[in-house]
Design a protein around this ligand. Structure first.
Ligand code: NAD
Ligand code: TDX
Length: 336
């Protein structure tokens, strides 16, 4: 396989590059990433000289560069992780989300079609299904009902992927995963924000009543699911990925505070996110029964390993938190 991994310098993408190098050492990997604020080559420092790994800095909206890269590396497989991924940023800058997530995906799909790739995989999200009440789960047939500019841009991208399957017969798959956590998670997202703020003795902002529910999956379990879908996914099919691990935000924040032996006084309830989805929960029965996927990590050990990773990689997150990220942070949360 000669695989183009877009967004490979971000959180999940860089974990997936590591996964590929480890489990498919003969495949050629091209990491194509624009290196926005979220892209970080430090995530890949340990494998930067690996013989099957290549990096190209580029935008998924840049058709000419993409065509060149597909030819140069004889790309036959695409996994599209590249996206603007943070819901809060999509509320203040929705146009960028349409440009990257919708136009970017369409450009990438079109180039992949022109180059006759064997497989195109779109990394999507459970957020495209909208918000659940206290009961029920998202299945692959749940209607799309995205609520944020982020999730609507991801849903739009999914529809384009569907169109390239129905119209042009491209071999495509879409995975829709729940919230990931683990190493290299950018500290604007809940879990790494809370871990690193707690270590710095800063306030821990909890939106609204803190009772919103997310379904959390360790990032390596997501990478294993993506690997399976790339190799065994049936053309045109969507696969939901999740670990039956629903948690209230406040419970996660308290767990992190307790594990780090910090004070609960750091926890601060702040103004709720606009349009804040109440609950996500994935039914992963299809990928389990059809492809044999099972999550390998449980949350208790996964979150401990993740906290340990942030304790051991202070340089990594301090560099991020001292850069332009602070301007975003001050805008989002005030100066504290
Ligand atoms: P991330 O923000 O950490 O990384 C995104 C990467 O994409 C960055 O490296 C960035 O530089 C790159 N990028 C952005 N715009 C680009 C462009 N125009 N061209 C090329 N590269 C560009 O995101 P993540 O959390 O790793 O998410 C990866 C994918 O998985 C996204 O598509 C996201 O929607 C999806 N997803 C994320 C989660 C989650 O919990 N984080 C869950 C389900 C699905
Ligand atoms: O400071 C915070 N305080 C807080 O209470 C932040 C950043 C978040 N939250 C809440 C909002 C959510 O209910 O925590 C929950 C998780 O928030 P995020 O980490 O921002 O994730 P979420 O909005 O659920 O989206 C994530 O999962 C699905 C990813 O960012 C998406 O890319 C993915 O598609």
């Amino acid at each position: 396989m000669n695989i183009l991994i877009t967004g490979g310098a971000g959180f999940i993408g860089s974990n997936f590059v590591h996964h590929m190098v480890r489990f498919h050492p003969k495949d050629m990997i091209v990491n194509y990433d624009l290196l926005t604020y979220a892209g970080n080559l430090e995530n890949l420092k340990d494998i930067e000289n690996h013989p099957t790994y290549h990096f190209v800095r580029g935008d998924i909206r840049n058709r000419e560069l993409l065509e060149y890269v597909f030819d140069q590396f004889n790309i036959d497989t695409v996994a599209n992780f590249a996206a603007e991924s943070h819901v809060d940023r999509s509320i203040t800058e929705p146009d960028l989300f349409v440009k990257t997530n919708v136009l970017g995906t369409q450009t990438l799909l079109d180039v992949a079609k022109g180059k006759n790739v064997k497989k195109y995989l779109q990394i999507s999200t459970d957020e495209v299904y909208g918000s659940l009440g206290p009961d029920g789960y998202f299945t692959e047939t749940t209607p799309l009902a995205p609520n944020s500019p982020y999730s609507s841009s991801k849903a739009s991208a999914d529809l384009l992927v569907r169109a390239y399957y129905e119209t042009y017969g491209m071999n495509v798959n879409i995975t829709r995963c729940s919230n990931n956590y683990g190493p290299y998670h950018f500290p604007e997202k809940l879990i790494p924000l809370v871990i690193t703020n707690a270590l710095e003795g800063k306030e821990l902002p909890v939106y609204g009543d803190g009772k919103n529910i997310r379904d959390w999956l360790y990032v390596e379990d997501h990478c294993a699911a993506i690997d399976l879908v790339l190799h065994k996914g049936i053309s045109g099919e969507i696969y939901n990925v999740g670990g039956h691990n629903e948690k209230k935000n406040i419970d996660i924040v308290e767990l992190i505070v307790d594990t780090l032996e910090k004070s609960h006084d750091l926890i601060k309830h702040v103004t709720d996110r606009l349009g804040h989805d109440r609950r996500y929960a994935i039914d992963p029965a299809k990928i389990e029964s059809e492809l044999g996927w099972r999550p390998q990590y449980n949350f208790d050990s996964g979150i401990k390993e993740t906290i340990q990773w942030y304790l051991e990689h202070e340089d990594w997150w301090r560099k991020i938190k001292s850069g332009e990220y602070m301007d975003y942070y001050k805008k989002q949360y005030g100066a504290k």
